[in-house]
Write a protein that binds this ligand. Structure first.
Ligand SMILES: [Zn+2]
Ligand SMILES: [Zn+2]
Ligand SMILES: [Zn+2]
Length: 493
């Protein structure tokens, strides 16, 4: 027999027994008159309290009456040890120094919340009272002894004043689980104002989301957006009624889409500051309706705080990502060409929009030199090569060319812009053009998505991209969405 085995056997003989109450073999907590008892049976028996059936005193009843197994008091059961707390005298499970759980917890809190003068920091007294008043002080004690004592460290920080008693301080505290629990306790005992749980969860998520971003400038913009726009709206709603997880998810989605936009711009070598109307429109064509709806708040906020210029955003009422059905587009084009009641300028712009799928911002940059006569054919230079223009549209454009608006001012007389603006030397504002087109009943962004979808159904995506000056990835994705057989051309290699 090896010496190690002998040691193990000795250990087992001294420290392990069959429990007299549950029969399990294991380490025992005490030796009582009815035999050795395990930790579980020991703790459970000491929680029993009431009138002893033998002597009628009101106290703990951990003993067992031999004849019927009724719970009786320690004296009647013949216990040799006392379970009276050495501090408060109450009978209960005892810890170090023969103190009950509540007295042990009070000692632990006194030590952790010490303000440096040997007493609990007076401001934190309600927290200590709250913890000591719990039905099960043992869980409080366990919480403060758990693992590497993260909760204990947080309490110590509060006691010393290193952690200020504010929601702000708790937003970034780690580890978050212990911090979140402590924050709930502080709200429960009135030391912190009550905040909706969904807001707390959102804030923690936001903190982690921002910490995970590679670009510190993106994180800074998004933090401002969350602080000055998303959170105030959440708080206002929480004031009316408790928030739902869905409400929190919606707020998170706004941050996620704003993050995606910043990243998307960065991939194009742009920042939010030089994001153009064309970029916004391209984004709307490339992204799903839900993503666009979730981005709206961010773009409105960015324009309001002058981080960007003002954008012409699709109305929320009609979902912007849903392309105009092809027959609607053809019908609209026919109406624009034949119905002469609308202003000529608006009709010309709408025709280009419906036919060529151009962002309004690009239509405003067209010059009269972009309309090319090539023998019997008329071409519009939007990309390379120029795109052919069907006769009815060419007729409309030439009619318009003869009477361009905003040409009266001296400086604008020689303007080459196809759509001269009111300001000298400048084309029309894209938002103005967009409004003109919309007045005719042509939704500028949905119409554009519809037009390019039809183009990609007719031609390989790379050819459409090059002819219309479109970003290749966009056309490739639209081709894939439209399910064309051309999708395999789309890599453009
Ligand atoms: Zn047991
Ligand atoms: Zn008794
Ligand atoms: Zn006690």
């Amino acid at each position: 027999m090896s010496p190690a085995y002998t040691t193990r056997e000795q250990y087992e003989r001294w420290h392990k027994r069959d429990c007299a109450r549950c029969g399990r073999h294991g380490s025992f907590a005490a030796r009582w008159p009815d035999g050795h008892v395990c930790r579980t049976c020991h703790d459970r028996a000491l929680q029993q309290r009431g009138r002893c059936p033998n002597c009628s005193t009101d106290r703990i009843l951990p003993g067992l009456r031999t004849d019927d197994g009724a719970a009786i008091c320690p004296d009647c059961a013949g216990f040799t040890m006392s379970y009276a707390c050495s501090r408060c005298g109450r009978e209960a499970k005892l810890h170090g120094g023969r103190r009950c759980t509540r007295c042990t917890l009070a000692d632990r809190l006194g030590e952790l919340l010490d303000d440096g003068t040997g007493r609990v920091q007076p401001r934190l007294a309600p927290l200590a009272e709250h913890l000591l008043g719990m039905d099960n002080p043992l869980s409080g004690l366990a919480w403060l002894s758990y693992g590497r004592h993260p909760a204990a460290d947080l309490l110590r920080g509060l006691g010393s004043g290193e952690i200020p008693l504010t929601h702000d301080a708790f937003r970034t505290l780690q580890p978050w689980r212990a911090a979140a629990h402590l924050r709930e306790l502080l709200m429960a005992c009135g030391l912190l104002p009550v905040v909706d749980k969904q807001i707390l969860l959102f804030e923690r998520w936001l903190h982690e989301h921002l910490a995970g971003l590679a670009d510190p400038e993106h994180a800074q913009i998004l933090r401002r957006f969350a602080t000055w726009n998303v959170l105030p709206r959440l708080r206002a709603r929480a004031d009316a009624r408790p928030l739902t997880p869905a409400g929190r998810g919606y707020a998170g989605e706004q941050i996620i889409q704003a993050t995606a936009l910043l990243r998307w711009l960065a991939e194009r070598g742009r920042t939010l500051a030089d994001c153009t109307q064309a970029d916004v429109e391209l984004w709307h064509v490339e992204h799903a309706t839900s993503a666009n709806a979730n981005l709206r708040q961010f773009l409105l906020w960015a324009a309001k705080t002058r981080l960007t210029r003002r954008f012409d955003l699709p109305p929320t009422a009609s979902p912007c990502g849903k392309p105009l059905p092809e027959h609607d587009r053809t019908a609209l084009l026919g109406q624009v060409l034949t119905d002469r009641t609308g202003p000529l300028r608006s009709r010309a712009a709408a025709a280009i929009l419906l036919l060529y799928a151009q962002p309004v911002s690009r239509i405003t940059r067209l010059t009269i030199d972009d309309i090319i006569r090539d023998g019997g054919q008329v071409l519009l230079r939007l990309g390379d090569p120029p795109s052919p223009m069907p006769e009815p549209v060419a007729d409309l454009l030439f009619e318009y060319l003869g009477q361009r608006t905003n040409m009266r001012t001296a400086t604008n007389r020689d303007s080459r812009w196809l759509f001269p603006g009111r300001r000298a030397g400048e084309p029309l504002q894209p938002s103005t053009l967009s409004t003109l087109v919309q007045t005719l009943g042509v939704p500028s962004i949905t119409a554009r998505a519809a037009a390019i979808r039809q183009h990609v159904l007719d031609l390989p995506a790379p050819i459409v991209a090059s002819a219309l000056g479109y970003h290749q990835v966009t056309t490739a994705r639209l081709a894939a969405e439209a399910g064309t057989t051309w999708a395999n051309y789309a890599t453009g290699e």
